[in-house]
Design a protein around this ligand. Structure first.
Ligand SMILES: Cc1ncc(COP(=O)(O)O)c(C=O)c1O
Length: 478
């Protein structure tokens, strides 16, 4: 059950997001609000403290609580990526290796990989459920859960799919080892080595790695940071690329841009793949993290022909280490089940059981509401710090959800060099080049906002801004 102060904080944060309460506005005094809402002063204080921690409001001594001014509003958004219509062989693995290595070192400030702080996840509750299941059922988890995966989990996914705006049945899902296995199976089912896959530009490096390892080619389609993949350009790509087999996109919170495509655009996208007899691989890994509720429908909701292979996981909301994900493969169901059996036989049973129980327990939506509000606050804080300390002319996304920012530095910056200079100062960042099959976006980087705001994070962002400024001025004078 949501606590009173949480409800109040959520309402106020909604008013700030909608612009009803504007930057610089004074909030009602604690006593007045307590009287108006018929709650205790302590409840209002707790709600204000939550908003303060989320970076939405600030206390001015002897004056009261105010909506924080937003310097970040002055930052322009990145430009739409350019076209490169021919399929490219992908080579991102080397660049990704440095990022993965930095993940292992706890002394490094984690602005590089899209990981959430364990403090934001209900790990304790989930682990207790797992332990309880293991204790009570001596044989639990000891047998293969082959075929499409654990039925109780698939039932829960089917129930959730109603809230996602598409009523799927338990039999429509196959459970996987995270979203990455779902994407792997999907690519295997629809394409053979040498075939091409259309992707957003920039796109998540893990997708590019899969394409690279499977001997496929990527065609990068221009993508707008707010509206998503350019559908006219996509149609052009489809018409001119004979080897194209599928389109792989993230219509509801993309990584790294944080884009949510409109319902109309999703519908048009589904129509487009049907028109050219292609498949659509929909990566919904961040779909539950849209800041504004209710979460928009996935593209799959408009699919009547089973062409959309819908992939998701709990990695960005509950526990990446549980490796619980899923795919609703549509017309490729049988093939995906065959592939899943051939590669891994089954996913581990116990984590599936624990996740099924967590979803059934009813606490998931409350957790998601809290997580979204926290992430929105963290993202805002990082944007503001970028506005304060990055070189003039820097552009940055204003994501509609998730917890990563795409930063476009002035031309001339070299993100790979910046990555190694930042790492030497104990800070991980993700260089733009690994988000492109062709090593584009050398002047861009992705910053993760998955950890609670702190002086350490603030100092790290200031340092990256200073390193970028020094790099640019050195290059200008060279
Ligand atoms: C867009 C996107 N898809 C898929 C994945 C992989 O998720 P999982 O950890 O569930 O395999 C990630 C992880 O970072 C991601 O960002």
């Amino acid at each position: 059950m949501e606590l009173l102060y949480e409800t109040l904080a959520a309402e106020l944060s909604e008013s700030i997001a909608r612009g009803v309460l504007r930057p610089g506005d004074r909030l009602p005094s604690v006593r007045l609000l307590a009287r108006q809402r018929k709650v205790s002063v302590a409840t209002v204080l707790q709600a204000y403290l939550r908003l303060e921690n989320e970076g939405l409001i600030e206390v001015r001594p002897q004056s009261g609580h105010y909506v924080r001014p937003r310097r970040a509003l002055e930052l322009a958004e990145p430009r739409t990526s350019r076209r490169a219509h021919t399929p490219a062989k992908v080579q991102v693995s080397t660049g990704v290796a440095a990022l993965v290595a930095s993940m292992r070192d706890p002394s490094v400030v984690p602005l590089g990989s899209a990981l959430l702080s364990p403090d934001l996840l209900p790990t304790g509750a989930l682990n207790r459920m797992l332990a309880g299941i293991a204790r009570e059922m001596s044989s639990a988890g000891a047998t293969y859960e082959s075929g499409p995966g654990l039925l109780t989990l698939r039932r829960q996914l089917a129930r959730r799919s109603v809230t996602w705006g598409m009523s799927l049945g338990a039999d429509d899902f196959v459970t996987t080892n995270g979203a990455v296995e779902a994407l792997h199976l999907a690519l295997r089912a629809v394409a053979r080595p040498g075939d091409a896959i259309a992707v957003e530009s920039p796109t998540y490096f893990g997708v590019l790695q899969l394409i690279e390892e499977l001997g496929l080619k990527a065609v990068e389609v221009p993508t707008h940071p707010r509206t998503g993949v350019d559908l006219e350009e996509l149609e052009q790509v489809i018409r001119t690329t004979a080897s194209l087999k599928a389109v792989l996109v993230m219509p509801t919170v993309s990584n790294p841009l944080g884009t949510v495509m409109s319902d109309e655009a999703k519908q048009q996208l589904v129509r487009l793949v049907a028109k050219y007899d292609l498949d659509l691989i929909e990566d919904d890994a961040y779909g539950e993290l849209v800041f504004d509720s209710p979460r928009p429908r996935p593209a799959r909701a408009w699919d009547r022909e089973g062409r959309v292979l819908f992939c998701g996981s709990i990695s960005k909301t509950l526990a990446p280490g549980y490796r619980v994900g899923w795919i609703a493969p549509g017309r490729h169901q049988e093939r995906i089940e065959q592939l899943k059996f051939a590669f891994t036989v089954a996913s581990p049973t116990l984590p599936q059981m624990a996740v099924a129980e967590f979803l059934a327990s009813g606490g998931y939506d409350r957790h998601l509401r809290r997580l979204r509000a926290t992430l929105r606050g963290q993202v805002d804080r990082v944007r503001e710090a970028i506005a304060d300390s990055f070189p003039a002319g820097t552009r940055v996304t204003a994501p509609a959800g998730g917890f990563v920012l795409w930063v476009e530095l002035p031309q001339g910056a070299d993100a790979l060099e910046l990555q190694s200079r930042a790492l030497a100062r104990g800070i991980a960042i993700a260089p733009g080049q690994i988000f492109s099959a062709r090593g584009r976006f050398a002047h861009c980087l992705r910053l993760s906002c998955g950890f609670p705001w702190s002086a350490r994070i603030e100092a790290a962002i200031t340092t990256v801004g200073e390193l970028a400024t020094v790099q640019l001025s050195r290059r200008r004078t060279a």
